[in-house]
Design a protein around this ligand. Structure first.
Ligand SMILES: Cc1cc2nc3c(=O)[nH]c(=O)nc-3n(C[C@H](O)[C@H](O)[C@H](O)COP(=O)(O)O)c2cc1C
Length: 186
């Protein structure tokens, strides 16, 4: 199984990465982890070039989006991990994700098959606070992304309240949820 993780946290040693490492600890699979804030990927500027040029983007050969997508295309499990920022994915992760717009006209205007292998997805989101609607946007946004990437099975690990704990306490608090996710995706 090939696993691609895109971690949207600006903090490489933050809560999100701590949870990610716990979920994939000792996994006997190929794992490729990207940090969104390290990626040289332009934001979609809504120029609609992809509507007149199927599966082409004005930023092709100018940034790292396509090489990232080459891994996403052939992976069996796509993981989007992010701290909750304004009740959504982090800005940089949203920016990277925005470029997947290129697949929208490919599928709906040009009626072409998307290049993605059928896959599972896992969303990991970590929020500092605790309020009832805090993950609503995450679920709305990830559904769209996964629709664009041939995901047929969505799992989520949505963890609240990180601001009250240190990283180790936080992971211990959610150990059971983490174990259940590990069993689900193995
Ligand atoms: C710009 C910004 C916006 C945030 N917005 C929210 C929010 O809307 N809801 C929430 O519960 N926590 C919010 N937080 C808190 C983070 O989700 C929380 O501290 C998280 O554990 C940080 O993860 P990290 O260590 O991987 O960066 C925000 C933090 C930042 C920096």
């Amino acid at each position: 199984m090939k696993i691609v993780i895109i971690n949207g946290s600006p903090n490489k040693n933050g809560y999100t990465n701590h949870v990610v490492d716990e979920v994939f600890k000792d996994f006997n699979h190929e794992i490729i982890k990207y940090f969104a804030y390290d990626l040289d990927v332009n934001t979609c500027i809504g120029c609609n070039y992809c509507f007149s040029h199927c599966n082409e983007c004005i930023f092709d050969n100018k940034d790292q989006f396509r090489s990232l997508m080459n891994d996403v295309i052939e992976c069996d499990l796509l993981v989007l991990a992010s701290p909750l920022h304004f009740s959504s994915f982090s800005a940089k992760l949203l920016s990277v994700i925005s470029r997947m717009q290129v697949y929208f006209p490919m599928k709906y205007e040009y009626k072409q098959t998307l290049p993605f292998k059928d896959k599972q997805a896992l969303t990991i989101a970590v929020g500092g606070n605790d309020y009832p609607t805090m993950f609503d946007a995450i679920k709305a946004v990830d559904r769209i992304i996964y629709m664009h990437t041939n995901v047929n099975d969505i799992k989520r690990l949505l963890l609240k309240g990180s601001d009250k704990y240190n990283k180790d306490e936080f992971v211990r608090k959610y150990q059971l949820d983490i174990e259940n996710i590990r069993k689900d995706i193995k």
